[in-house]
Write a protein that binds this ligand. Sequence first.
Ligand code: 0L1
Ligand code: MG
Length: 257
Amino acid sequence: MIGPDIAGIAQTLGAAADNASPIPQLAAETGLDVDAAYAVQAALLQRRLDRGERLVGLKMGLTSKAKMAQVGVDEVIWGQLTDVMRVPDGGSVDVAAFIHPRVEPEVAFLLDRLPEPGEPVGDFTDAVRAVAPAIELIDSRYANFTFSLPDVIADNTSAAAFVIGPWSPVPNGLDNLGVLLEIDGRVAQVGSTAAILGDPRRALDEGIRLAGRHGVRLRSGWVFLAGAATAAVPLRAGAHVRATVEKLGTVSFRSVS
Ligand code: 0L1
Ligand code: MG
């Protein structure tokens, strides 16, 4: 039996992102399962690398119940981040480059000495050099932000852009820090880092394990987005978005059109 056309699906998803133009879901029609979906994700990444982008990190998706409930998919997933997706703290993002962008408050890790494949993270402060508040901008390439598990994996877990705030040394305890997302100075979401797999440090174990299954090994110097602490919020043009994580500080950007 002939399997799904990995390169063709990656081309369709890549063009949808480039043109900010939504497409229908494609996993059911093309017979895409989870393994094939990660192969599409790898082909999409290669497309970016071929045009000069650099792989700078990994993101975890759907690490909280709020996120799972929001999109109706209940598996932890991972995606890949390139240098072009990074927006400077305090910078601006043109919403016209996206289909239906949403923002979510996250915790970022700056990776250091990682365990060998198959080994758990021993001392978290060996593996993580610094932590920071972060905002992820997600943008599903599927119409109405609606997808199945293989669809969203193939779509690089809706990754679109990310902003990292100031790095600080790893504090004592990351498991119950208050998280606030504000849009134009108004509270949009409130949560706790406990929503991220009970403790965002667990996201790193999951990332190493899940990405390792597909031959991706995390690297020293990479950024790691541990996942959102709250549901995501639609982003409109002309908004000032700010996330605050207790003990870690704030990160912000402005959307323009
Ligand atoms: O980062 C995320 O949690 C996104 C995962 C994909 C689902 C979505 O688009 O919300
Ligand atoms: Mg996210």
